[in-house]
Design a protein around this ligand. Structure first.
Ligand code: GP9
Ligand code: MN
Length: 723
């Protein structure tokens, strides 16, 4: 009796769409397991969302069909929705096999510059289990042809259809909520396509991506060629030339850019019970060979690390919402440091980063920036405890980068993105320095922060030691910078007493002043170093560096910052949300603060009010010029004289080491890589680290997933120095 009841229900229309939902669920799981491999390394919440997320959205979409009463409409519409979903899964599966990434809407529509369609034909990328994506549809078709299916004429009452839709909507919201709780700003930042699919599923990812693509393309198509004129006028008015005292003092040298993850200026020189947190960085900070800055602010928005990279290497801001890298980076015109240095002074370029290449869409963005090599997690052994959730531990990243670094043609521009000092700042016991005792602040975040800071400091020290031993040090400059805050405003009250402040009267200006991050330029042998107190930010780095390296005629590039070493510069620092910091006063949330007392100025004089209003207008102008450049992709309309636009298709980040070796061979005696200069011998043995994980064999467990989007799974690749 009961069985009969179920089979009757299955024959009903709601039963029919439930079957389709179940099939979609099964197909999604097949793809999740066999192709996207999303369950590997997933957290418990991610397991849950992966299991559940196909259901509500499928019900939501299929419930649309329930509103059509005629069976001639209901069945074809529900099947159409079903088939479109299956096509979406199948397309993504094929795309993933080639690019290890999900298909964005611009790729589907053929707009994407980096991945124009599939590199290999779809057929060559198909796999046996793909049959199961289609088998049921074929069977159904046969049954229809042989008239073996009977359509159920019994319609579903509109209120019932409505309750299915509402219930599905509610469940979708729930998944969204849980995901946002686990990964705050998952949707607004859209930092990782893989993460979005893990939490929200393929359909929702595609919908969000379509909205993103639409917004981008609307803004882009609203752009007029003449918009760039306004930008050029702005630059003409605001550009400050190189200071003759410093122009070209680092000419011809290699550049190391060391991205100190989440590092704030307060850690520099900070002591806990008399013990320095970052003793090595302190020594660099005070060195006679270093030009350091103590009023240097991060200017990132939701794009965090990616915004910092963009600010530093293009001298434009990130977007008002979301990340420029993630939302527009695949199809964006950059005139960035790597390409400018290559074209003006013959620099080669590389990024070393122990996380997945897809994070922040770097695999696509770096190509548009003209980076020649990208050594991401797939180039390193990140198994077991060698990595944290954000990638290879810093000590190992620096050490394991040497086989690649020593093959790079000099002069080079090499960026190292560290990750160990990343929220939640939990260091494995084995990586803790037994001689370092952290705070007891009442916040595990703050206490952990100092420990990971200390670890990062040691990792940089080990790297410097290698640079000195290998001889690279003397013909290089090393730029160190913190990308953004590590301690969020909500935790700052625990920090306050450690910084000699009262937690009870901590205010918005205290938060704003804490956005200082380290910025130091270490120039070995310079001997005239100092700590510069000028007020500036990340947007000012590119003009400063280009001048130090001796690039001329820099006024032709679209750079919105000003050389930090030219005293004629303005000292108005804009934050991404429009607050303003100047040396004496700040404008935070529309309140003027006196920086000396950190208190609001109760009744500002007319002249102070005018001064601050002017400063705010200045900041607003800089931000709005930046937004028009980035959102409308204006650089596609303007190519500086002598600059060749970057073609992303010239770059591919697979087999990086083989490519370097080939170049070295082709150049023979003229090859300018360290390996050749060292008499065709590796310098790896010069590297000393105390990392406890260094000699552990590769294991099968991983805290991150290792894939190179340009080559798929590289676990079989021979392109690794230490297999
Ligand atoms: C990820 C790392 C972290 O690869 O750079 O980015 P964040 O969360 O700091 O923006
Ligand atoms: Mn970061």
């Amino acid at each position: 009796m009961k069985q009969r009841h179920i089979s009757d229900w299955l024959k009903s229309r709601i039963g029919f769409i439930t079957i389709l939902v179940a099939l979609l669920w099964a197909k999604t799981q097949m793809a999740n397991i066999m192709d996207f491999r999303l369950y590997e390394g997933a957290s418990i919440v991610q397991w849950l969302t992966l299991l559940i997320n196909p259901i509500p959205i499928a019900f939501l979409l299929l419930s649309i069909a329930l509103y059509f009463k005629s069976s001639k409409l209901f069945y074809p519409i529900s099947l159409l929705i079903y088939i479109v979903n299956v096509v979406l899964i199948q397309l993504n599966v094929i795309y993933y096999r080639e690019f290890t990434d999900f298909m964005s809407v611009s790729v589907m529509l053929g707009y994407d510059k980096v991945n124009q369609g599939l590199g290999a034909s779809g057929l060559a990328l198909s796999s046996f289990h793909d049959i199961f994506f289609w088998l049921d549809i074929v069977v159904l078709l046969i049954l229809v042809i042989f008239k073996k299916v009977r359509l159920n004429a019994q319609t579903v009452a509109t209120f019932k259809a409505f309750s299915v839709t509402s219930f599905a909507m509610l469940a979708s919201m729930l998944v969204l909520m849980v995901s946002e709780m686990e990964r705050p700003q998952l949707i607004t930042r859209q930092f990782d396509s893989k993460m979005l699919v893990k939490y929200l599923g393929l359909d929702t990812y595609t919908v969000f991506d379509a909205i993103r693509a639409r917004n981008v393309s609307e803004l882009k198509s609203s752009a007029k060629t003449s918009d760039i004129d306004k930008v050029r006028q702005y630059i003409k008015k605001h550009n400050v030339p190189a200071n003759a005292k410093y122009a070209g003092i680092a000419k011809g040298r290699n550049v190391f850019v060391i991205h100190l993850e989440s590092t704030q200026q307060f850690s520099i020189d900070h002591k806990i019970d008399g013990q320095a947190v970052t003793p090595f960085l302190n020594s660099i900070y005070h060195s006679k060979d270093t030009i350091a800055f103590d009023n240097f602010f991060n200017q990132v928005g939701q794009g965090k690390t990616s915004d910092a990279e963009n600010l530093l290497e293009t001298s434009t801001f990130g977007l008002p919402q979301g990340s420029l890298f993630a939302t527009q980076g695949s199809d964006h015109t950059f005139q960035a440091m790597p390409s400018i240095l290559k074209q003006t002074l013959g620099y080669s370029s590389a990024v070393f980063h122990g996380n997945n290449a897809s994070f922040w869409n770097r695999n696509n963005v770096y190509k548009n920036m003209g980076y020649q090599y990208f050594f991401d997690a797939s180039y390193f052994d990140t198994s077991g405890d060698k990595a944290t959730g954000y990638g290879l531990k810093d000590k190992l990243l620096f050490k394991d980068s040497i086989p690649y670094l020593e093959r790079l043609q000099q002069p080079f521009y090499a960026k190292y993105i560290t990750v160990t000092n990343h929220f939640p700042y939990s260091l494995d016991q084995e990586d803790k320095d037994p001689n370092f005792h952290t705070t007891n602040s009442g916040s595990s975040v703050v206490d952990g922060y100092f420990e990971t800071n200390h670890y990062m400091d040691q990792s940089v020290e080990e790297f410097f030691r290698y640079l000195k031993k290998s001889g690279l040090y003397d013909n290089s400059i090393i730029v160190l910078y913190g990308d953004h805050y590590g301690i969020s405003n909500s935790e700052n009250k625990y920090l306050a007493p450690l910084l000699g402040k009262n937690a009870d009267d901590w205010n918005a200006n205290d938060n704003a002043q804490l956005q200082r991050v380290p910025f130091m330029i270490n120039i070995p042998g310079y001997n005239k170093g100092f700590i510069d107190h000028t007020y500036g930010g990340e947007i000012d780095v590119m003009p400063t560096l280009l001048h130090l390296l001796g690039v001329e005629n820099t006024e032709k590039y679209v750079q919105l910052g000003q050389d930090l070493l030219n005293p004629k510069r303005s000292q108005v620092v804009a934050t991404r949300d429009g607050d303003v910091i100047t040396p004496k006063y700040s404008y935070v949330n529309s309140v003027i603060y006196d920086n000396k007392t950190d208190k609001p100025v109760e009744s500002p004089s007319q002249s102070l009010q005018d001064y601050m209003d002017k400063a705010r207008d200045k900041a607003k102008e800089q931000l709005s010029i930046s937004d028009s450049v980035t959102q409308k992709d204006l650089l596609r309309f303007y190519t500086p004289k002598g600059f060749k636009p970057v073609d992303a298709k010239d770059y591919n980040y697979s087999n990086g080491l083989n490519k370097l070796k080939k170049l070295e061979k082709d150049r023979g005696k003229n090859s300018r890589d360290l390996y050749t200069i060292n008499g065709d011998k590796s310098t790896q043995s010069l590297y000393k680290t105390d990392a406890p994980e260094q000699n552990k064999p590769r294991s099968n467990t991983s805290r991150i997933q290792q894939v190179n989007p340009d080559q798929g799974d590289t676990s079989e690749s021979d392109d690794k120095p230490n297999p």
